[in-house]
Design a protein around this ligand. Structure first.
Ligand code: ADP
Ligand code: MG
Length: 316
């Protein structure tokens, strides 16, 4: 199977047929028409074998996650993602791998109604880079908008995906372990929640490197301090049942890969924020406050500092 057959068989079907695509996949570039868009949101994320996933990771998981991590960045801006461009570097044209990769990728893109309008394919060490294009209606959510006095909210539960890393290849998995593995393999992008929080939240970030590390990005960009309360960090019953309390908290504070969203919300908008989350069926938990300073601090129940260092993943 040559490069063009491969693209036609596995990736062209991930393009949606709608009127906004003027020149479709197969030409030198895709052309789209989006007259109603005010602001365009653009992001790219790359997954490299051995760095972002292990060589034995199932191709459908690599496919799903390569879209999910990108969509999560879109969510963090309050953007509605629409189009994707895939740069695929593969060592060979292994059809079973390509089929399952494209199935996982397609499933995630489809869940968020996104269309793969083009890409590039080359031979080399396995690496996947996806560019997403979307739009924001009004001022986007950013890392820089947090204000002193804001309440810090987080969606869902934290630490599940990093709790899964050590048991990905274990068989059989019990129900609790399965839940954790599912959280790693199929992270949710909180797109509609974030869009609903436009104009309500002052700032947002997706938690990809770990809560402490990503809270640090908000603190730096907004020039504020962040006080978190350890006992209020939402931890799933599954994570609590598989690990000790201390391990679960460590995963929740320092583990990445959950792609939950952290928002800071002013006091007078809190009720509205909780109501929005309730209509989405998503749990929003208060985990701390934005304060004066430039620190990220996590306090125990007794009000003593327990964790000050940030241990998020850094490439360099
Ligand atoms: P060019 O030689 O102009 O770079 P390509 O041969 O790379 O063109 O691509 C041909 C068409 O196939 C283009 O429309 C491109 O967007 C699409 N394409 C290439 N690789 C992929 C991919 N991995 N996923 C989706 N579309 C792809
Ligand atoms: Mg090309």
């Amino acid at each position: 199977m040559d490069e063009f057959e491969l693209i036609k068989k596995y990736f062209s079907p991930l393009e949606k047929l709608d009127n906004s695509t003027i020149v479709r996949n197969g030409d030198d570039a895709a052309v789209i028409s989006v007259p109603e868009w005010k602001s365009i949101a653009l992001s790219v994320d790359t997954l490299v074998e051995g760095i972002h996933f292990l060589p034995d990771t199932k191709p459908e998981v690599i496919g799903f996650r390569s879209a999910a991590v990108n969509l999560s960045d879109m969510a963090a801006m309050g953007a509605q993602p629409c189009y994707g461009l895939l740069s695929l570097v593969i060592p060979d044209n292994d059809e079973a791998w390509l089929r399952n990769f494209s199935l996982g990728l397609g499933e995630c893109l489809d869940e968020y109604n996104c269309s793969l309008i083009g890409g590039d394919t080359a031979r080399g060490p396995l690496a996947i880079s996806l560019t997403m294009v979307g739009h924001v209606s009004g001022p986007p959510l950013t890392r820089a908008g947090a204000k002193i006095g804001d309440t810090i909210l987080v969606s869902g539960t934290l630490g599940d995906a990093s709790g899964a890393l050590g048991i990905l290849n274990k068989t059989p998995l019990d129900a609790e372990e399965k839940f954790l593995v599912e959280r790693y393999e199929r992270p949710l992008a909180r797109i509609s929640l974030s869009i609903n929080l436009l104009g309500i939240a002052n700032s947002a970030i997706d938690i990809s490197d770990g809560l402490l590390a990503d809270a640090g990005h908000i603190a730096a960009a907004s020039d504020v301090g962040i006080d978190l309360l350890a006992s209020s960090i939402p931890i799933s019953p599954s994570l609590s049942s598989v690990y000790t309390e201390k391990e679960a908290l460590e995963f929740a504070l320092s583990g990445g890969d959950d792609y939950e969203l952290m928002y800071t919300v002013p006091q007078d908008a809190l009720v509205e924020a909780y109501a929005m989350a309730a209509t989405e069926g998503i749990k929003l938990t208060k985990i701390g406050m934005v304060t004066e300073g430039s620190h990220v601090r996590c306090l125990s129940g007794e009000n003593e500092d327990i964790i000050l260092k940030t241990k998020g993943y850094k490439h360099f």
